[in-house]
Design a protein around this ligand. Sequence first.
Ligand SMILES: NC(=O)c1ccc[n+]([C@@H]2O[C@H](COP(=O)([O-])OP(=O)(O)OC[C@H]3O[C@@H](n4cnc5c(N)ncnc54)[C@H](O)[C@@H]3O)[C@@H](O)[C@H]2O)c1
Length: 362
Amino acid sequence: MAYIQQHATETPVPVRLGLIGSGWMGAFHGESITRRVPGAVLAAVADPNLDSAVSVAAKLGAAKVTADAADILADPEIDAVIIASPARFHASLITQAAEAGKHVFCEKPGAQSLEELDAALRTVDAAGVHFQIGFNRRYAADFQAAKKDLAQGIVGEPQLLRSLTRDPGTGSIGHAARIPAWTIFLETLIHDFDTLNWFNEGAEPVEVYAAADALVEPGLRDQGFLDTAVVTIRYSNGALAVAEANFSALYGYDVRGEVFGSKGMVQAGRATETAAVRYSAEGLSADTPRLNVELFRGAYTDELVDFAAAVRARRDGTQLPSGAYTLTPGAADARRALAMALACIESVKRGGPVPVAEKAGV
Ligand SMILES: NC(=O)c1ccc[n+]([C@@H]2O[C@H](COP(=O)([O-])OP(=O)(O)OC[C@H]3O[C@@H](n4cnc5c(N)ncnc54)[C@H](O)[C@@H]3O)[C@@H](O)[C@H]2O)c1
């Protein structure tokens, strides 16, 4: 018996990724790379908390472990890095990675000030490396379906936009005292700002007016802690948007987006885990996602699939097919959303609207 078919097969060289920061998000990204991103390997893990790095590397089979990200950056076998350290280290890690010639995926925010971000992005530019920021919401199937409608003009000219994030919680935030100031804008609503910018592509955010308070943890109000916020945004094409966030939704993780335009409306996001609805004597009910990694499991995977494909194309000199709409969030997107978050901080301090172009600093 002979084979009826025989192809010459070439095993593609996998994209070798180094993880910098192996906490909550980094460990999940590591798991996605190992289990769900074809053609990518988690080659090394760095975390100053060596126990964390060792345990994540052991669980995921990463061969190299270090407490110092510099080891990963100096490693010629690593193509690219995933930065998932706390936000205050992002700008300097982006800079160091680009200087070492590594392609960069960085969790949001890219930096905590525009000065820092601009300096880091100049290094990225000079090194000619690929840069992607972790605005994972773009990769959720329903947000992409909405984007496709917008790109095809089905919704018409955007007039009103809405984006909301309600983090899952228990009604109190045990670790609130350890949450850095202004996190609600710099690390939470920054996702909503990117969603709105992406949905309203081609327009620039002109002005924001933010109101925020500690309603979940009122005892921490005097220390400047904020867990609830609403932002109105005026765009250059005249569209008006609202973004809102709260850190403690008892019913689970709730992320939604909406665009109302001259021809109709499109909505994305749902608060239920699946489309299944339970009918019983008590009425209707449904399960809800309790964690970001449940609601956005696919989106967190696909943003890394996109990143690995871009790194592979750069490394191997191949061309990526162009899509029907813009997808990959890059340097300009990181900057635009950060400028909005910083303007929101200034708006809360002043109690009035703030032009986004003012480039407020924290
Ligand atoms: N995209 C999303 O939906 C999403 C969700 C959660 C967190 N995040 C982002 O991911 C980043 C990390 O958040 P987290 O919740 O995983 O925090 P975390 O505290 O759980 O993990 C951070 C890890 O970084 C390590 N670290 C500290 N300094 C470092 C350095 N200089 N170099 C390398 N590692 C360092 C810490 O030891 C820790 O293990 C933040 O920027 C956060 O905003 C994004």
